[in-house]
Design a protein around this ligand. Structure first.
Ligand code: ATP
Length: 394
């Protein structure tokens, strides 16, 4: 069993608080993704799990056993680095076998001739060579076992690094941005490979990335971090449909969730000149919060574009259209309503809409946007926290 529990874990580097005070429960066999922008503390958290970094305070338990005071070698975990960290002077076979050879390490392994012979003997023993061959086969590395890392592509090197982690048969795999040195196409192939690896070996995976696509496609659960604090811990679907706050809402999704300023008036929300009746879930939340000023969060796919002047719609005009293969991304500048938290390069008051297929809309065209409020969420304009329980699904 390799559940992971963090109790009040913090890490300070002098005055710098890298990890504030984290509580986390990861179930056995989960694929946890630590996601967040550069500097949010995700690598520090992973390194504390591995024992490569001490904890300033708090406790880490793996499989019910406290590990935060144990050295890395005493934790049943394998670490895969962004840089691959392969030994350049060793063949692929030796690189993969290395953790198994080190299990039988004796001081005289350092002696040039005797040590070399002893390592080769272990490498060729049936127990080790069978496991290395099996692992290589799983990762399609059989043909490359006698080559050196410098003769391999980035993707092949990363597979060797995975192989070296796999032969240890650890309870926990820790991976720090393992795909970030690969090009986009190879990244997506390796994403699928790591997901399959997780399904096959069944261990607990903790995977660090700043790439939301990796997080959404690979994770069983995601911990989205910012400034050493977990903003939300949930399944990809929960995080996508019901972001805990406006930070999460704007971090996930391409383009991200639109946040439209609104005022609660009776049973409806006023956005510019439009007064839209609220569904029961949003109305109850708005009434309970007693906050007249809110932000309506709506994903670009939950908006429909129609001809100008439609009743109940938000009036605007098309700012630009991008054709992205199967869908079009359309920016609409709203005539009346305002948006919140624009990112760098975005225009306040502009709403992003995605439609399937090739949009024939042209820049400057007057349009009307209709909103499917059943798919929206409400945030407090003051604190940025989500007010309603989020759309029901399942
Ligand atoms: P990235 O994606 O860029 O690797 P990250 O989310 O993994 O970022 P960390 O590397 O965990 O972030 O760093 C978290 C914070 O702690 C950063 O502000 C970083 O500058 C700081 N930090 C990390 N290691 C040290 C150290 N050894 N000494 C001082 N500060 C550190």
């Amino acid at each position: 069993m390799a559940s992971i529990t963090l109790n009040h874990v913090a890490k300070h580097f002098g005055p710098k608080v890298a990890i504030a005070d984290i509580d986390l429960n990861v179930k056995d066999g989960e694929f946890l993704v630590l996601l967040g922008p550069s500097g949010c503390g995700k690598s520090t958290l992973l390194r504390m799990l591995a024992g490569l970094e001490t904890v300033t305070s708090g406790e880490i338990h793996v499989g019910g056993k406290r590990v935060d005071q144990l050295p890395p070698s005493a934790r049943d975990m394998a670490f895969v680095f962004q840089s691959y960290a392969l030994y350049p002077h060793m063949t692929v076979r030796r690189n993969i076998a290395f953790p198994l050879i080190m299990r039988q390490f004796k001081w005289w392994f350092h002696l040039p001739v005797i040590g070399g012979l002893a390592k080769r003997r272990i490498e060729r023993s049936p127990a080790v060579s069978d496991l290395v061959e099996k692992t290589a086969k799983t990762l399609s590395l059989t043909e490359m076992l006698d080559r050196y890392p410098r003769t391999l592509s980035g993707g092949q090197r990363q597979r060797v690094a995975l192989g070296r982690a796999m032969v240890r048969q650890p309870e926990v795999f820790l991976m720090d941005e393992p795909l970030s040195n690969l090009d986009a196409k190879l990244r997506s192939a390796m994403r699928a490979e790591i997901t399959r690896l997780h399904q096959r070996v069944g261990g607990t995976f903790v995977y660090v990335t700043h790439d939301q696509v990796e997080a959404m496609t690979m994770g069983t659960r995601i911990a989205l971090m910012r400034d050493g604090v977990i903003q939300q811990f949930g399944t990809p679907r929960e995080i996508y449909t019901s972001p805990a706050n406006t930070y999460v809402a704007r971090f996930i999704g391409t383009p991200p969730m639109n946040l439209i300023e609104g005022r609660i008036e009776g049973n409806a929300i006023r956005i510019g000149e439009a007064l839209l009746p609220l569904p029961a879930r949003l109305l109850a939340a708005a009434q309970a919060a007693k906050a007249p000023s809110v932000l309506l969060g709506i994903r670009p796919g939950a908006l429909a574009i129609g001809p100008a002047g439609a009743a109940g719609g938000l009036a605007g005009s098309v700012s630009f259209v991008e054709h992205v293969g199967a869908e079009s991304v359309i920016a609409v500048g709203l005539a009346q309503a305002r948006t919140a938290h624009p990112e760098e390069g975005e225009v306040p008051g502009e709403i992003m809409v995605t439609t399937s297929g090739y949009s024939e809309l042209a820049r400057g065209e007057a349009v009307s946007l209709s909103l499917d409020l059943s798919e929206t969420v409400l945030f407090s304009a003051e604190t940025g926290h989500r007010l309603d329980p989020g759309p029901a699904f399942g």
